[in-house]
Design a protein around this ligand. Structure first.
Ligand code: PGA
Length: 268
């Protein structure tokens, strides 16, 4: 069985004061889910230290929103995976659509960043997804398959599966417009069968084990329906992760949809 995973992506939001207030309210809401799912928050880089201290030994992991493909050197503005590891990160997002569209990161750049994150033992979260034009032109499968194939070409299939894949349709991110459960289900199945068809003997096992999460305007109201889908193993949450009540309710929906709302979960 694949362990559910829920990650909050704070993007470029927060302040010392706001982070403290958010975490104080959020941690008690997440406590009860920490054993049944992998939980993480990805604050902006300057706040990693602060949030790491606030997380303490709660079992909730720290993540970053990107990492350089390089180990060190003259790359102004970049941060290496080793630095993130040293700061206590466990997850790193790579290829978020805002990085691809606003900062021109290509499939190859993203694959190189994925490799850098893996190579220091952190878990890359590979974000994939199509734009509205691509969806309307019926190119969703091809676009997503190319994004994943670039990573397979760079690191191989088994390394891909050590990470997490986040399907985030670009048109659903921060727009309030969520993909329907049918649309999400179709793409998640597509990703799993694309990986399973890969020309390697173990590809079926790898595809069965791969965690594929959904992101794009997930809210407490739609989380249960999305997380209840067979191939959806959790969520990457942007806007709603900045509100403790919403993020807590989304974690509850994930636990419930995954059949994990046990007594242990409720009383822990
Ligand atoms: P959203 O963002 O939940 O605000 O749509 C998701 C993401 O960009 O990861």
């Amino acid at each position: 069985m694949r362990k559910p995973v829920l990650i909050g992506n704070w993007k470029m939001n927060g302040s010392l004061q706001a982070n403290q207030a958010l975490m104080v309210r959020l941690l008690p809401r997440l406590r009860m889910f920490r054993k049944s799912m992998d939980l993480a928050v990805c604050p902006p880089l300057p706040y990693l230290f602060q949030v790491r201290d606030l997380l303490g030994y709660t079992g909730i992991a720290l993540g970053a929103q990107n990492a350089s493909a390089f180990v060190s050197g003259a790359y102004t503005g970049e941060v290496s995976a080793t630095m993130l590891q040293e700061m206590g990160c466990r997850y790193v997002l790579v290829g978020h659509s805002e990085r691809r569209t606003l900062y021109g990161e290509t499939n190859q750049d993203v694959a190189a960043r994925f490799r850098a994150v893996m190579s220091v033992g952190l878990t890359p979260v590979l974000c994939v997804g199509e734009s509205l034009e691509e969806r309307e032109a019926d190119q969703t499968s091809t676009v997503v398959a190319n994004q994943i194939q670039a990573v397979i070409d760079e690191v191989g299939l088994s390394s891909l599966a050590k990470g997490v894949v986040a399907y985030e349709p670009v048109w659903a991110i921060g727009t309030g417009r969520t993909a329907t459960p049918e649309q999400v289900s179709m793409v998640h199945q597509d990703i799993r069968s694309f990986v399973g068809r890969n020309a390697s003997e173990a590809s079926q096992d790898i595809s069965d084990a791969l965690r594929i999460i959904y992101g794009g305007s997930v809210k407490p109201e739609n989380a249960f329906d999305l997380f209840g889908l067979a191939d959806v193993d959790g969520g990457l949450i942007g806007g709603a992760s900045l509100h403790s009540e919403d993020f807590g309710a989304i974690a509850g929906a994930l636990a419930e949809a995954s059949g994990l709302l046990t007594d242990e979960c409720e009383t822990n």
